[in-house]
Design a protein around this ligand. Structure first.
Ligand code: SAH
Ligand code: MG
Length: 221
């Protein structure tokens, strides 16, 4: 027993068999779905924020979207995925949960999508696609979030690879540099108050500024 296992055991709820099947599929096929603690944290944010309109970059098999949508009947999600295999799985899974009316799967590369196809009043944006592109995703999609809305970024420590002394693979090394640079860029970003959490694989939450509510302990120069 350790801290993580103990806390997780307290959070364990009886789960839907179909959700368990999605987790199983992800494990068997190496799909990087969000872990339990990260998901609980996001679900808690959605509920306390009463977020109804969510935009997700990186659907994969639909696991996170489905979990968000199951929180409440009035939650609506636009989710973007480019990989045909993932798209096929996600479609199947969204149908299995009868969520076709509330999860809108956009089958395109998020870097190429015309944002005119999207709304401009999302309560929450969840960035969980190619880690090397986080800054591009943030710059492109954060403007579609309402003032006071949340931008959530997953995997900001990238499986702890950020702390390895020696990484052999050159591409991995360069990816790690990009993630570090993104975190540095995000932490002082004008117009957003960002908090980094040691939850799951590292999660950042940026609150989009409203003129009248800013965390003054985080005020930008
Ligand atoms: N949010 C999911 C996991 C997403 S895994 C969950 O927690 O359940 C990341 C996904 O992002 C992969 O399926 C990958 O194909 C997709 N992706 C990566 N770059 C993308 C891009 N530029 N546009 C659209 N999808 C992208
Ligand atoms: Mg992730």
């Amino acid at each position: 027993m350790n801290r993580t296992i103990y806390i997780e055991s307290l959070n364990k709820k009886s789960k839907n068999d179909n959700i368990i099947a999605l987790q199983q599929y992800a494990k068997e096929h190496n799909v990087a779905i969000i872990d339990e603690t990260g998901l609980d944290f996001l679900k808690m944010l959605i509920r306390t924020k009463q977020a109804k309109l969510i935009l997700e970059i990186g659907t994969a098999i639909g696991y996170s979207s489905i979990n968000f949508a199951l929180l409440s009947d009035d939650i609506y999600i636009d989710t973007i995925e480019r990989d045909p295999l993932m798209i096929a799985e996600a479609k199947k899974n969204i149908a299995l949960f009868n969520l076709e009316n509330r999860i809108h799967l956009i089958e395109q590369d998020a870097l190429e999508l015309d944002i005119k196809e999207l709304r401009v009043d999302y309560d929450m944006l969840f960035i969980d696609a190619a880690k090397s592109q986080y800054r591009n995703f943030f710059e492109k999609y954060a403007p579609l979030v309402k003032p006071g809305g949340l931008i959530i970024i997953d995997n900001v420590v990238f499986h702890d690879l950020l702390f390895k002394d020696y990484i052999k693979n050159r591409r991995t090394r360069s990816l790690i540099q990009r993630i570090k640079a993104f975190n540095e860029w995000l932490k002082d970003m004008e117009g957003y108050d960002t908090y980094f959490f040691n939850i799951g694989d590292g999660i950042a939450v940026s609150i989009k500024g409203e003129e009248h509510v800013r965390d003054s302990s985080k005020s930008n120069k």
